[in-house]
Design a protein around this ligand. Structure first.
Ligand code: NAP
Ligand code: ZN
Ligand code: ZN
Length: 347
């Protein structure tokens, strides 16, 4: 057992604070790493504050993890001590269901094991995430990181990156398509970079006027301020595909009205409460409203390799571990350009 320093939430209403716990023993198929950087996903905040009603405390958030491998079990073949590596949102799954066999562990029908807030398959206890000094898991869930990529700016790719890359690939976004990315935060800014690199015409849909210049810098071809009804009207029936990354309550019907015939809107943002959808918003124009959950391990590796090839990383603001509670407050006001990453040396 390794004693591990971390930051944990002990209830939905108290700030995260230092906490020490024991990681389970290294198994023959495990890889252990010292964590260098961990991205701060809005899901960490939803989870720490029990906004989805499924948190058990204490919880150590963090599933955008980059580190250096310090130990490998005797049966490990894919990784070695000294390598830089990543762990995203998943640390285990059944490997036997149809989805696991097709590299879609995120849809494991027997339930994947989340990097935090999950239960180890062997019953050894709850999983704890990357706001900590070290972590270990089965080698199949550890990603290789190209030495071409900046390590800190790579951490957010492990969730924000794969969560936007996967639906863009699944719905075959490419040249000739008009794509709207809704919400310019951690996920949204990766969505813009990927959709642009895949050759689509990309429009940033944001409720923050001050983000126009950044959207353009990230490669967006157009910017629509969603609080301005004239600008909203100008994209009525316009998009083939909208990727919705918004973390707060918003009106799906308004965005569905921006789809052209047969257009698809995919939700990846998870607002805390259900949002009503009028069937008319779907019927007229034969629109599809869909969802997408992160991505499988093989696709996450494909995305990391795509990033190395296209020189894509996240735009980050580095913080110290003791700034995490302040960072959460800033996330709530959209004040992040565009991902907080914790320097784990500061823990
Ligand atoms: P984030 O960095 O906080 O970005 C969310 C963005 O939503 C904000 O930057 C803002 O963009 C927009 N927004 C916020 N409040 C809004 C409001 N009241 N009305 C309209 N827009 C608003 O969050 P994130 O880390 O990217 O995560 C986004 C969501 O995705 C979260 O709910 C998270 O839990 C979820 N998520 C899902 C998956 C998955 O697998 N499906 C994976 C990771 C995260 P503008 O200022 O541009 O409007
Ligand atoms: Zn996440
Ligand atoms: Zn499975």
């Amino acid at each position: 057992m390794a004693t591990t320093k971390s930051y944990a939430a002990h209830s939905a209403t108290t700030p995260l604070e230092p906490w020490t716990f024991e990681r389970r023993n290294l198994k023959p198929t495990d890889v252990q790493m010292d964590i260098l950087f961990c991205g701060v996903c809005h899901s960490d905040l939803h989870y720490a504050r029990n906004e989805w009603g499924m948190t058990t405390y204490p919880i150590v958030p963090g599933h955008e993890i980059v580190g250096k491998i310090t130990a490998v079990g005797s049966a490990v073949t894919k990784h070695k001590v000294g390598d830089y590596a990543g762990i995203g949102c998943l640390v285990d799954s059944c490997r036997q269901c149809d989805n696991c066999k097709q590299d879609q562990e995120q849809y494991c029908t027997n339930g994947f094991v989340g990097t935090y807030g999950g239960m180890e398959k062997d019953g050894s206890g709850p999983t704890h995430g990357g706001y900590s000094k070290n972590i270990l898991c089965h080698e199949d869930f550890v990603l290789h990181i190209s030495d071409k990529l900046d390590l800190a700016a790579t951490a957010p790719l492990l969730c924000a990156g794969i969560t936007t890359y996967s639906p863009l690939r699944h719905w075959k976004v490419g040249p000739g398509m008009k794509v709207g990315i809704l919400g310019l935060g951690g996920l949204g800014h990766m969505g813009v970079k990927f959709a642009v690199s895949m050759g689509a015409e990309v429009t940033m849909l944001s409720h923050t006027p001050g983000k126009k210049a950044d959207a353009e810098r990230l490669g967006a071809h157009k910017f629509v301020l969603t609080s301005d009804s004239e600008q909203v009207k100008s994209v009525g029936g316009y998009f083939d595909f909208i990727l919705d990354t918004v973390s707060a309550q918003h009106d799906y019907n308004m965005y569905l009205s921006m789809l052209r015939t047969n257009g698809v809107m995919v939700c990846v943002g998870v607002p805390p409460a259900p949002i009503p959808v009028h069937s008319m918003s779907l019927i007229f124009g034969r629109h599809t409203l869909a969802g997408s959950l992160i991505g499988g391990i093989a696709e996450t590796q494909e995305m990391l390799d795509f990033c190395a090839e296209h020189n894509i990383v996240s735009d980050i603001e580095m913080i110290r571990m003791d700034q995490i509670n302040e960072a959460y407050e800033r996330l709530l006001t959209g004040d992040v350009r565009y991902r907080f990453v914790i320097d784990m040396d500061s823990l």
